[in-house]
Design a binder for this molecule. Structure first.
Ligand code: HEM
Length: 145
């Protein structure tokens, strides 16, 4: 993963602002996600959404903390990607989630949302999503072996 020092400081500084209203951020994120693809709603039919919002914040905070060296979290992210197969998540859903995430960041950071911040989060999300998808693919391969 090739996050620049500038990417890392943009991610950390913007996360500080977003995490100050973590509840509002995650509520708006799921609203944006279901607006972009109402077909994803059934995946969360039996989900305790307030609890899920806290889990998402914890996962994002972990990525922010390890933004300078993601290697210790790559294994856990692969395992998380494998679990997502069981939740009914498809590879194509990662782009929808990424779009909803960036859209919500932009809405919350307002004029502070620079093109550098967009690039930094797009790179970080891309790295996380591709690691999760690799974990999902490995799990699928093990199943059909
Ligand atoms: C960077 C991408 C993502 C992150 C960081 C993330 C984070 C999480 C976390 C921490 C959980 C809690 C359970 C666990 O750890 O396995 C979870 C569950 C879940 N995620 Fe994700 N996720 C991501 C992508 C996606 C995508 C693309 C979808 C597609 C809609 C999705 C849908 C779900 C669903 C349906 C659950 C299960 C909720 C339940 O327990 O009922 N996630 N996610």
């Amino acid at each position: 993963m090739t996050l620049t020092p500038q990417n890392i400081s943009d991610i950390r500084a913007s996360w500080q602002v977003l995490a100050a209203d973590a509840d509002g951020f995650t509520a708006d994120f799921y609203a944006a996600l279901f607006r972009r693809d109402p077909g994803l709603r059934p995946l969360f039919a039996h989900t305790d959404l307030p609890a899920q919002r806290k889990k998402l914040v914890a996962a994002l905070a972990l990525v922010v903390r390890h933004a300078d060296d993601l290697s210790p979290v790559l294994g856990p992210l692969e395992e998380m990607g494998a679990r997502h197969v069981g939740y009914g998540v498809k590879n194509s859903d990662y782009a929808t989630v990424g779009g909803a995430l960036i859209e919500t960041m932009e809405a919350h950071l307002c004029e502070a949302f620079s093109s550098e911040i967009r690039e930094a989060w797009t790179a970080a999300y891309g790295a996380v999503a591709s690691t999760m998808m690799a974990g999902a693919q490995a799990a699928e391969a093990r199943k059909s072996a």
